[in-house]
Ligand binder design. Structure first.
Ligand SMILES: Cc1cc2nc3c(=O)[nH]c(=O)nc-3n(C[C@H](O)[C@H](O)[C@H](O)COP(=O)(O)OP(=O)(O)OC[C@H]3O[C@@H](n4cnc5c(N)ncnc54)[C@H](O)[C@@H]3O)c2cc1C
Length: 369
């Protein structure tokens, strides 16, 4: 096989791509992983590992190294409706992580039998016997590789998904996620919050503390996203426990995030192209939790490809689609939860009822209603 020819090329080394490469490393397939992550500008993320993601890690017999974790660990979410002003606490068991360290750790588990290059895949073109991918390295050099199978693990703004569907046929909703980092100061209780403010965004925002920083972020429709974020930050900053938002941010980060609304937004691929993780539209439409769907879908694809690496492509596509049915229905189920979370009247009734809430003895009670 010539040097630049592979059986399978994975584009993107986030949780989905790195996990797939790790799981396929002992298969007979010749693999290339193209990793476009720039560590100077890592992927914006809340870095919370939800119970579902913890379960998948356990099922894959993986344990998390301590240096991936940050301070503090989280047992509840403070849910705040700005209008009318109401706060409730719900029990949640997240692991609070440094997201870049988590991605680095997953990538470090990929055995050396997988070729890994740091570069940005620019085009995916169909050839008579597969695909030709052109990618650009950090020094500007462009390379081309050939492959029978392409896996798009390249996140919300997926080049591979675009190559498969074309820009105009891809109807998944994409928001702009914006996050800012602040010094949290020693007086602030480092809580985790979920904030609803329908005047500035139709979906929720969040704050989370990490090793002395407070991150405040949210998802916004693309039009005037920055103005809406700034206005929301101003409004939330009026609550005493969010005082750090009135100081100069240490950094601002932004990226696209998908929000599937129906089954056809979640696309597993065809004709030798497979999509995993957020590139497939696999992310919770209510909480934007995307790490567990990335791990679950990549594990499903690895198992299909390992079982029958030489099977014809339509058979593999059907098998992968079947292997993700449960995950896709689970995410679809969250569309129903989304209706309760994001319809103001229903959310207010749910919060007012106190259903599933926990009682918290508050020290910084000034925000509470
Ligand atoms: C602000 C924000 C906060 C979030 N918080 C959480 C959270 O707390 N918990 C949670 O579970 N989920 C969270 N999510 C969702 C979660 O981050 C994603 O759904 C998850 O990372 C998806 O994993 P992935 O591997 O599919 O894609 P990604 O993690 O996006 O990884 C894609 C990889 O592909 C690379 N790439 C992209 N394009 C190319 C290209 N053309 N060529 C080569 N490489 C490329 C990228 O550099 C990246 O490394 C959050 C999302 C956002 C935007």
């Amino acid at each position: 096989m010539p040097q630049d020819t592979y059986d399978l090329v994975i584009v993107g080394a986030g949780p989905a791509g790195a996990n797939l490469a790790r799981l396929l490393a002992d298969s007979p397939l010749r693999l290339l992983l193209i990793d476009g992550q720039n560590e100077q500008t890592p992927k914006p993320c809340g870095g919370l590992l939800a119970p579902d993601a913890q379960t998948v890690l356990a099922e894959m017999d993986l344990t998390l190294p301590r240096d991936v974790l940050v301070d503090p660990q989280i047992f509840s979410v403070r849910t705040i409706d700005l209008v009318p002003s109401r706060t409730r606490f719900y029990a949640r068991r997240y692991l609070n992580m440094d997201r870049l360290a988590f991605d680095r750790w997953l990538l470090s588990l990929v055995p050396s039998s997988v070729d890994v290059v740091r570069g940005l895949c620019r085009t995916v073109a169909r050839t008579s016997d597969g695909y030709s991918l052109c990618y650009r390295l950090a020094d500007g050099t462009e390379n081309t590789v050939h492959t029978r199978i392409v896996v798009g693990a390249d996140g919300a703004n997926s080049t591979v998904r675009r190559a498969l569907l074309g820009k105009r046929r891809d109807r998944i909703l994409r928001y702009v996620a914006i996050q800012q980092w602040f010094d949290s100061g020693s007086e602030i209780n480092p809580f985790y919050s979920c904030i609803f403010d329908e005047q500035t965004s139709p979906v929720c925002s969040w704050s989370v503390h990490k090793d002395g920083s407070m991150i405040f972020g949210g998802c916004f429709p693309q039009k005037q996203c920055r103005a809406h974020f700034d206005e929301q930050r101003r409004r939330v900053g009026q609550l005493p426990s969010f005082a750090p938002l009135n100081t100069q941010p240490k950094k601002t980060e932004a990226c696209l995030v998908c929000r599937p609304r129906r089954m056809r937004d979640m696309i597993t691929g065809r004709d030798g192209i497979f999509l995993v993780g957020e590139a497939a539209g696999l992310i919770s439409p209510s909480s934007f939790e995307g790490i567990s769907p990335a791990l679950i879908s990549s594990r499903a694809l690895a198992s299909v490809l390992k079982k029958a690496p030489d099977a014809n492509l339509p058979v593999l596509s059907r098998a992968y689609r079947r292997a993700t049915v449960r995950l896709r229905y689970r995410l679809l189920g969250k569309c129903i939860k989304r209706i309760f979370m994001y319809t103001p009247l229903l959310r207010r009734l749910a919060m007012k009822s106190g259903l599933l809430t926990i009682r918290v003895e508050q020290s910084d009670a000034a925000d509470m209603h």
